[in-house]
Design a protein around this ligand. Structure first.
Ligand code: AMP
Ligand code: MG
Length: 267
């Protein structure tokens, strides 16, 4: 899965990365879905170990264009995982109180504690994405944020957090299909926001803003992965594999048992 990791210091051109996965697909759909099922089972026990050991903190950041599949990813990748140790923090349009503070103010309290996994559904990156595309603050302010963000993430890592960041890369055509599908399906109308059409008109500006994010904030401490996301099963597989590989790499162990358990009898 290293092929999807953005090498720190490299410059990202999204138009050169195929949202369908192209020839680089590591397997077919049937095989991929079966692999996802076993990764789910593995993730379930890794999460239990993480929780039991209570040492590591895991932060997973999901960013994507509208309809990019953040919600579906959370549903599929974390299916079966004990909800006690996993939570989702969604970042919407900031409230008045949030806007009255710096942009990381609302983010820091949502970061994971020891033994926890937290998934960011959107994140502090919106403050250099939507904010940049819509000129919500002057350029000289958002321009400084890439460095703040790198420093903030380094702080979290220095204090025991493992960070994984995923950009779900869909094509403009795939977004059209997904928006049309939402329009055509009454059960999906709640997900359709006419505002998404205005965002779609700014597709190129968003891609450019994402390229800056990926180029400037993929670090050794907190790398970005650009995930081909036109095929949902493949997107889920890539993300699941990266998370499982990363958790395995932590070499976790259950905490030592109390002394003398062998002699204990439950009466
Ligand atoms: P959704 O994820 O569809 O519920 O939409 C959430 C909306 O909140 C998106 O349109 C985001 O761009 C917007 N949003 C999230 N964070 C910020 C932010 N910091 N500033 C402005 N808008 C934001
Ligand atoms: Mg939306």
């Amino acid at each position: 899965m290293d092929q999807y990791r953005v090498e720190p210091g490299s410059s990202v051109d999204l138009s050169a990365l195929d949202p369908s996965g192209g020839d680089a697909l590591t397997c077919g759909k049937r095989e991929g879905k079966a692999a996802l099922r076993s990764l789910n089972v593995e993730l379930e026990s890794l999460q239990e170990l993480l929780y039991a050991q209570g040492k590591h903190k895991i932060l997973i950041v999901l960013q994507a264009m509208d309809t990019g599949g953040k919600d579906g990813t959370i549903r599929s990748v974390f299916e079966g995982v004990n909800p006690q140790g996993v939570s989702v923090a969604s970042f919407k349009k900031p409230t008045e109180t949030e806007l009255a503070h710096d942009y990381l103010w609302r983010v820091h309290p949502r970061t994971p504690g020891s033994g926890q996994i937290v998934i960011f559904n959107r994140s502090h990156y919106e403050d250099v994405l939507v904010v940049r595309v819509h000129d919500l603050v002057p350029a000289e302010r958002w321009e400084k944020r890439y460095e703040h963000i790198n420093n903030f993430e380094q702080l979290l890592v220095d204090e025991g957090t493992t960070i994984l960041k995923f950009f779900l890369h869909i094509s403009k055509d795939e977004q059209k299909e997904r928006l049309e599908d939402r329009l055509a399906t009454p059960e999906k109308h709640w997900k359709f926001a006419t505002g998404d059409l205005a965002e779609r008109e700014r597709w190129d500006d968003y891609q450019a803003a994402y390229e800056s994010v990926l180029t400037r904030t993929s670090t050794e401490a907190a790398p970005w992965y650009v995930v081909p996301a036109d095929r949902k099963w493949y997107r889920n597989l890539v993300i699941s594999q990266v998370i499982v590989d990363t958790l395995n790499g932590l070499n976790m162990a259950y905490p030592a048992a109390e002394d003398g358990l062998d002699d204990v009898v439950v009466v």
